[in-house]
Design a protein. Structure first.
Length: 394
């Protein structure tokens, strides 16, 4: 997968002058992935997880983290109450508070004016955009009405579903999901878990990075958000697509924000007057007219610019990889792999092990870009009104 290059014109020099470091962040991990030794995932399976696909299938956890489930089931979250209910519940949110748990069951309520509802599905959605499930629910007479209770029991002893982070209960039929003022309009949801502890596994940092490579190679899209260094703090908010498209914006150290859309090899730019004045030496009067106008900068055909999903991971050397330990990022439990230059790749320690963040160090400061909402975004569309790049360069 790649993003089509921006042709070698004044616009390409301006863009990459403005956010040169973005090439480092998006291409900053590719070499280690490209050369990491192949390794099959090992360790117990951690239940069913789908990311942006709406289906459930057995998957392997990050290979160096394995879990065992033990202890009696306990209620981690329960917003049920005995008050009168109405339909139209919205998703409630809960947190594991930094701990890992094996998911035993999720129980939703569908009183539906005393008629119940044929069971649909229940899932969990993490704060980083990773979806667990959905799983097919089984109906029960929770309050004496057939199918007013929906229950899912995902995972098995050998393939547990492990959660760690902040999640939303997701019900397939919000229209009949019971709620009331006491639940603040949130659908009734009960989450039951048991304790989860890690067990020993023998995977190396290269194994973890290789797994990240496979996930990137198969990804349809990923959202990148955060700050990196390019002569100062450079903020990015971009969605990269597996077909080469790109959409979002970057704000450089001088405060200029560049909006960028790449669709089918065509690159569109939009910024303020000061951007065109600084980078293209456009006279102020003309620059004012270009402000908030989309510029069609180039059309190219297939060479890589480094701004791609597949090349989003690059360390300096596979021989220098080391473990960076465990942490919590965006409410999610992660493990880190560090290269010789100090870049640290953080991946989820549960589920498929999707990359969660990349941290770099410059001038003694940490700069972090997060990866989220895997396979969840729609392809961008070109702006309706555009001006050709020739209007600037004439």
């Amino acid at each position: 997968m790649h993003v089509h290059s921006i042709s070698s014109t004044p616009v390409s020099r301006a863009i990459f002058g403005l956010f040169a470091a973005s090439g480092l962040i998006l291409g900053g991990l590719a070499s280690v992935v490209a050369t990491a030794p192949s390794a099959a995932a090992t360790g117990p399976q951690l239940g069913s997880e789908s990311v942006g696909q709406g289906s459930s299938s057995a998957i392997l956890a990050v290979p160096h983290i394995a879990y065992s489930c033990h202890g009696s089931p306990v209620t981690l979250f329960d917003n049920w109450n005995v008050g009168a209910v109405e339909n139209g519940g919205t998703s409630p949110t809960f947190s594991t508070n930094g701990k890992s748990y094996c998911l035993v069951s999720v129980f939703d309520y569908h009183w539906n004016n005393g008629t119940g509802k044929a069971p649909g599905t229940i899932g969990l959605l993490s704060s980083t955009g990773v979806s667990l499930g959905p799983w097919k629910a089984v109906g029960s007479p929770g309050s004496g009405v057939q199918n007013d209770g929906w229950t899912v029991k995902p995972g098995t002893t050998s393939k547990p579903v492990v959660i760690n982070g902040t999640y939303r209960c997701v019900d397939s039929d919000p229209a009949s999901w019971s709620q009331n003022s006491q639940s603040s309009g949130k659908g009734f949801c009960q989450v039951v878990v048991t304790a989860a502890t890690t067990t020993t596994s023998g995977a190396t940092p290269a194994d973890i990075v290789k797994k990240a490579q496979n996930l990137f190679a198969a990804a349809r899209s990923v959202h990148l958000n955060g700050t990196l260094y390019s002569g100062g703090a450079l903020k990015i908010d971009l969605v990269a697509f597996g077909n080469g498209d790109l959409a979002g914006f970057m704000t450089g150290p001088l405060g200029n924000t560049l909006h960028l859309i790449i669709v089918n090899g065509k690159t569109y730019l939009e910024s303020n007057a000061s951007f065109w004045e600084k980078w293209f030496k456009v006279p102020p009067v003309k620059a004012d007219k270009l402000a908030s106008t989309w510029i069609l900068s180039s059309t190219s055909s297939g060479s890589s610019s480094g701004l791609s999903i597949k090349s989003a991971f690059e360390f300096s050397s596979t021989a220098k990889l080391s473990s960076a330990g465990k942490s919590i990022i965006a409410g999610q439990s992660v493990v880190g792999v560090r290269d010789a230059t100090g870049k640290t790749l953080w991946v989820a320690s549960t589920g498929k092990g999707y990359p969660v963040a990349l941290t770099t160090v410059s001038s003694g400061k940490n700069y972090t870009v997060t990866f989220s909402h895997w396979n969840a975004d729609n392809l961008p569309t070109p702006p309706k009104k555009v001006v050709p790049i020739s209007s600037i360069t004439k």
